[in-house]
Ligand binder design. Structure first.
Ligand code: ZN
Length: 83
């Protein structure tokens, strides 16, 4: 599938939220409601993770901000009782 612009891979809202300040949108391919971090480029084309894996060439770059990486690392490092 050919998609233009920046691609932002998002988590479907069917999965539990990790961060309370996520923004919400819709997958450009399947229409699934998705969530993404507030500092991600808002003009990106939103894709749910399933559509990214199924429909997009794996060599196609997607957005992942350094803030997102830092947040996820902090979440993973936190004790499960604090998540
Ligand atoms: Zn999708």
């Amino acid at each position: 599938m050919h998609l233009t612009g920046r691609l932002l891979v998002c988590v479907p809202t069917t999965l539990p939220a990790v961060f309370p300040d996520d923004r919400h949108g819709v997958c450009a391919i399947c229409g699934q409601a998705v969530r993404f971090r507030p500092h991600a480029p808002a003009e990106s084309t939103l894709l749910c993770v399933r559509c990214y894996l199924v429909h997009v060439d794996p060599d196609t770059p997607c957005e992942l901000t350094s803030e997102s990486i830092d947040e996820l690392n902090a979440w993973l490092a936190a004790p499960e009782s604090d998540r």
